[in-house]
Write a protein of this length. Sequence first.
Length: 167
Amino acid sequence: MNGTTYNNPNDRSIMVPKRIGIGTTINIGTKTGKYIYYGLFVFVAEVIIGTGWISVQAEFSTPVMKIGDSGTVKIQFPMYNYSFALEDVLELKLVDQLPEGGRRTNGIGTDKVVIGNFKLDQFGKSKLYLYKQSPPYIVIRLPDLYVVYNHKEASETRQIFAELQGR
């Protein structure tokens, strides 16, 4: 059938040798063969839709940093929430340029945003919540990693930085 699949309801084998080439193919003439064959299409579609959804979500969601009354800072973003205590902050600064070099270990990088876990050459282990072309950036050094955050609007980033400094 189609030159790529095998369809013989009289053959009870699920996997059969290919007529052309090396290997085996699925006999879609059997009930189990149909489940396997069409299940693969469903699985691939789910993976493509799932990864597409994550990319769309990254483009249209905004990371939000909130400072609680108890001194806990929470950064909220789907799949990459993070929180830390203000008392754990070793250094806090506002910079206009990000360090060059590094790699993503688990995260999202699009034309507009960089979010997730990274290993930067200058900082080492880092969590980034950034709009690429929207300086300044808040750099927070914690005992075991750096957190780098900014808002789409520079004035919002400066306001959050001032609030962090005031605490």
